[in-house]
Design a protein around this ligand. Structure first.
Ligand code: DAK
Length: 266
């Protein structure tokens, strides 16, 4: 099904595509875009569709209103016992893995509260750009639970275990400037420039060969889970794959001919 067809079926997510970039906006502002089952299901459908659609080469995720995503839906979770809770966590983890493993660049444009599952959603993206209004945090222990949409794994890998443990144990909220300082975000911009900045960064990325970006993403993500020798083996393999592409021929020919490369993503 096309993105257009899927988007008409979504309940809490809006999707537009422009310049080969899909803008995925979580649209449940009354609950600060908290991730209930409908919203997770929407994200699942749209990322399946984006993975298959060659006309989309990059993705930006953002939120409508003053929240990016204020976490898992506490109202919905309140009624869950262990088994339902596990299923809920499994669903969210599966979708966030899908986002992390998508062989296309994904930027989260964090417009406001990114708490709990919202912080974890942004962690599954390749790059985070925050507005000055963004607020990050993992408040789960204050609810008697622990982060389980990937936070205990991705946060320490991104910012180191010391700061990650502090944030997870205290549950304190971190404003954009501090998030930048600890390496949780790549950049902070004024709210009105957030989407423009994310699009500009994505356009810069997409000037390059998409297959190569996808191969680099696999090498980085998988390599982080390996020792360096195995990581370097994987790097060689992914580099060998890039040498098999038409874009490699074009990129190197264009350099020699002193002209810009025209990539065909093949
Ligand atoms: N879930 C449901 N509704 C939420 C929500 C959430 N996470 N966050 C906000 N809302 C709703 C509020 O209830 C309120 O609804 P109404 O009262 O208007 O009906 C509306 O959004 C606006 O929120 P506030 O009125 O509170 O707005 P404020 O500006 O005053 O405060 C805030 C903004 C973000 C500081 C505050 O809303 C807040 O503290 N929200 C909760 C943040 C949070 O704790 N997020 C959840 C993190 S835990 C699992 C284990 C753990 C988890 C999941 C699964 N398993 C074992 C399966 C945990 C995951 C998490 O994400």
């Amino acid at each position: 099904m096309s993105i257009l067809e899927i988007s008409s079926q979504l309940i809490n997510v809006l999707v537009t595509v422009e310049d080969e970039i899909a803008l995925v906006k979580i649209n449940r502002p009354k609950a600060l875009n908290a991730l209930n089952n409908d919203t997770l299901s929407d994200l699942n459908k749209i990322f399946d569709c984006i993975a298959e659609d060659d006309s989309v080469r990059g993705v930006i995720i953002t939120g409508e209103g003053k929240g990016f995503v204020a976490g898992a839906d506490i109202v919905q979770m309140q009624g869950y016992k262990s088994i339902e809770g596990r299923k809920y966590a499994a669903l969210a983890q599966m979708i966030f893995n899908k986002i992390e493993n998508l062989e296309k660049p994904v930027i989260s444009a964090v417009n406001g509260y990114a708490l709990g599952g919202g912080c974890e959603l942004s962690l599954s993206c390749d790059i985070r750009i925050a507005s000055t209004k963004a607020v990050f945090g993992q408040p789960e222990v204050g609810l008697g639970v622990i982060p389980c949409f990937g936070g205990t794994q991705r946060l320490p890998r991104l910012i180191g275990s010391g700061i990650a443990k502090e944030l997870i144990y205290t549950g304190r909220q971190v404003k954009a400037e501090e998030a930048l300082y600890v390496g949780l975000v790549n950049k902070v911009v004024e709210p009105e420039l957030l989407i423009e900045e994310a699009k500009n960064m994505m356009k810069t990325i997409l000037k390059n060969a998409s297959l190569a970006i996808g191969f680099a993403k696999v090498a980085i993500n998988r390599g982080l889970e390996m020792d360096i020798d195995n990581g370097l083996e994987l790097e060689k393999d992914m580099a060998a794959l890039s040498f098999a592409t038409d874009d490699k021929d074009e990129g190197m020919r264009a350099f020699v001919e002193k002209r810009p490369a025209v990539f065909k993503n093949k």
